[in-house]
Design a binder for this molecule. Structure first.
Ligand SMILES: Cc1cc2nc3c(=O)[nH]c(=O)nc-3n(C[C@H](O)[C@H](O)[C@H](O)COP(=O)(O)OP(=O)(O)OC[C@H]3O[C@@H](n4cnc5c(N)ncnc54)[C@H](O)[C@@H]3O)c2cc1C
Length: 370
């Protein structure tokens, strides 16, 4: 079988992988692969305003803003029911980086993939990591076609970036484990939006918290977040069981109650906070969710993936594939993680109504606040 050579191989063409590829293509020969032939519909739409600086730096912002209404819609702010029954409004009117953008995630990821291709990144869609070995100071990475599970090719790379998301497939194949902070999951649905108020909404309840946002196509996403062991699996399986849970939260019930027949149940995904125990090694690093996965309450996952990619690009340009790069990347990632844990603690501890319920008790007992 023929072996292709590349300088940097990026495993995972999500936000972290695409931004890393686009930022590195002027300096290195880059190959980017993803197991999915094309992006699929997924939850995770709020793009933090600071991300726009990165998109601008990479000449991606104008292309995004030209597609308002299809790629994203402006988020007018957040109404939050957290800590008491009163609504608390947060908007970005005075934020110098502008408003949050509510993305169509599938369309945004397609936009990033197309830009990577157009800028000269060698892209292999529908190919997944099968196995790898380190030989003669290079990584030999075997790929497999996702659809047929047949081994297709080998790529020889000087450096590997694991951007495969919270599964961190490359690092995991090296035997590296993840530190797991909690068991948060998110169960989500979509439905047509019928309200004129398009602010996002967050609302705490006894066993977790709810979230709703309006995305392009006048569609609404609604998600319930709880710990996997606190609800029976059957309660997170169907529209009917989702609606039963929503009845306990009047704010969400007012969005969902009249639309039972228009709700599309999407499933339950992992949403817990985890950290890869080792985020860099001999000629490889982990990036984005592969390194650190955040609680969706933070709405920082995409920003972290982008900012991490930019920091890594600067390190790769300055230090190449060296131990210094590994050391600095490890320190930077650890600093972000510590900062994140402190903030997560502060946010959860602001909700004191159900201190004795298991969901909130756990979040009070893990004290990361200084
Ligand atoms: C419920 C929920 C809500 C969220 N809401 C928000 C939000 O509002 N705002 C926000 O900023 N963030 C949000 N996030 C977080 C955000 O989605 C992630 O932080 C972001 O997707 C991380 O990007 P990534 O590129 O690191 O990983 P991913 O987006 O997971 O991309 C990884 C890519 O790797 C590919 N891949 C995986 N394994 C392999 C393999 N073996 N071989 C090849 N390819 C592979 C996958 O197909 C995928 O395309 C949310 C997350 C959850 C769970």
């Amino acid at each position: 079988m023929e072996t292709e050579k590349t300088e940097i191989l990026i495993i995972g063409g999500g936000i972290a992988g695409c931004i890393a590829a686009i930022s590195l293509i002027d300096t290195y020969q880059v190959t980017l692969l993803d197991k999915l032939p094309e992006p699929t519909e997924r939850i995770g739409e709020s793009l933090a305003p600071a991300s726009q600086r990165i998109l601008k730096q990479l000449d991606l912002l104008e292309g995004l803003e030209n597609q308002v209404g299809t790629l994203y819609q402006k988020n007018m702010g957040m109404q939050s029911y957290w800590g008491n029954d009163q609504v608390h409004l947060v908007d970005d009117l005075r934020n110098p980086d502008g408003f949050v953008k509510n993305l169509d995630r599938q369309a945004f990821e397609t936009y990033l993939r197309k830009t990577a291709e157009a800028r000269g990144v060698r892209c292999l869609w529908g190919s997944k990591l099968h196995s790898s070995s380190y030989e003669n100071a290079r990584w030999q990475v075997q790929l497999m076609a996702s659809e047929t599970s047949l081994s297709t090719s080998t790529i020889s790379a000087s450096f590997v970036i694991d951007a495969s998301g919270r599964q961190s497939h490359f690092a995991r194949s090296l035997g590296i484990k993840r530190q797991v902070e909690d068991r948060l999951v998110a169960c989500w649905v979509t439905l047509p939006n019928t309200k004129t108020n398009t602010m996002s909404t967050i609302s705490a309840s006894e066993n977790g918290w709810w979230y709703s946002a309006v995305i392009p196509g006048n569609k609404r996403v609604v998600a319930f977040h709880t710990d996997a062991d606190l609800v029976a699996k059957s309660e997170l399986k169907t529209t009917a069981s989702f609606l039963e849970l929503a009845k306990g939260n009047p704010v969400m019930w007012s969005l969902l109650g009249e639309h039972e027949n228009a709700i599309a149940f999407k499933g339950t995904v992992a949403a817990n906070s985890t950290k890869l125990e080792q985020v860099a090694g001999q000629q490889w690093v982990a990036l984005g969710d592969a390194a650190l996965s955040f609680d969706p309450l933070s709405s920082q996952g995409m920003y972290n993936a982008m900012a991490g990619a930019m920091q890594l690009q600067a390190l790769l340009v300055q230090y190449g594939f060296t131990e210094t790069l590994q050391k600095i990347h490890t320190e930077q990632t650890e600093n972000i993680w510590q900062h994140y844990l402190r903030h997560k603690g502060i946010f959860y501890q602001a909700e004191t109504r159900w201190k004795e319920s298991a969901f909130w008790k756990r979040r009070f007992e893990t004290d990361h606040c200084d």
